[in-house]
Design a binder for this molecule. Sequence first.
Ligand code: PLP
Ligand code: ZN
Length: 500
Amino acid sequence: MKLDQFPPEMQSLVIPKISGRYLYRCLGCEELYGIEELLYTCPKCGSVLLIEDMQWDRLKEIPGQTWRKIFDYRKMSNLGALKGIYLFHELIGSIIPLEDIVYLGEAHTPVVGANAVMKEWVGMDICFKNDGQNPSASFKDRGMASAFSYLNYLINTRGVRDVLAICASTGDTSAAAALYASYLCGRVKSAVLLPSGKVTPQQLGQPLGSGARVIEIPGVFDDCMKVVEYLSENYSVALMNSKNAWRILGQESYSYEVAQSFDYQVGGLAVVAPIGNAGNITAIMAGFLKMYDLGVIDALPAVLGVQSEHANPVYLYYREAEKSRRKFHPVTVRPSVAQAAMIGNPVSMPRVIRLVEQYRKIGGEQSVKFVQISEQEIMDSMLFANRNGHIACTQGGECLAGIRKAVAENLVDAKRTAVLDATAHALKFAVFQDKYFSDAFEPEFEVSPKKPMQNAPFSISLPGSVPNPAAGSLGAQEFDAFVRYSASVIADVLELKRLG
Ligand SMILES: *Cc1c(COP(=O)(O)O)cnc(C)c1O
Ligand SMILES: [Zn+2]
């Protein structure tokens, strides 16, 4: 819809204006820093940062109801800059001019309700939000759209040149970073560090296809992260890991969209996310808190963070109920099918601790929960989801296994509706389905395939007497013999009934 066709009172609100004053806040010592230079950790105490709008309260002058209208009308606009995460411009990047926004088709991913079979299996009403339908096929595009839009703004306004965007990744971060960098090619180059052999072939192919310099490092993600941190501290690079607080801002769009999808009635939801580096769960909580503060939503949804038993530091931290006794210990990860979340020392842990505290202060002690599940449960759940019409990756399966367990253990009220983050597309993690179907899991994964959940192609082999099209082109009669033979085998296999 064109701007002049919106109701007159909405026209001045639909197009965002540049406003606000953004600063980095250190979560260790509370120091504030200007955003003119890219900063990833506090120069004083080394802790991670979040971005804060010092003029946030100006947004409260607009009633929550009006904000809802603004966001809903924006959905009808075809202005590129507002079609992605910046539909929520005021909440995540109000200082970035629309012309600097990089939009590659990210965000506004579908929310797909589960069928009756799945609802019964879980014991509650559930749906998946398919973040695998983002351009690089994972939710990471949300944060990259934000980080690269801000980078683009810096390039355009401050004449920043020769930018090298760099990140360590469990696969999807690098795919997203390389994609957004490739759009800014000529001005931004990208390099990605991957743990050798610990990303799927699809995830390796993505940054290669985008033209990034791909560097494989022995070890796991936590080891890559150490190298990339050293590089960012000692060389001039733009760090695109979730240490980069702009990533968190962009990922908040997930919560805003969930709210919008449910007409801003989110008090009865349980929002479920897998936890790896913990940027996503941080952003999800931060997003709902912001909307609550503006009166866009009038209650917070419950939040459930899910971890595999093979990479569970956040779960272990919160297992201690007594706050003063909680102590964070990194864990040594074991092989996990939820490979994108296979992280033992999450960068965003200080953010999680802060956000959980804020969230529970408003939503109550029960409003944020954590659960751990086995690798077996993750695989079985992913396959089950996809047999029921979904496109969940292993981390999406992790969400499903997690909510099922949480319902069974009364951690989440079954009267809620659960929104599960299908964080990536199933195709990215096809290797794990293959391992399951062909019984090829290495013992460390601790996954034993269940026969009924396996699937394999049925190959027709032609006896010598039947003409074979693979051997060369067939005459009409030969071809007919081939079709008849194949059809009869298929009819047998599928137990088809003959017509008439
Ligand atoms: C990155 C990623 C995760 C983990 O998210 P964090 O923000 O690191 O906690 C989960 N699933 C997929 C598909 C991912 O790419
Ligand atoms: Zn500090």
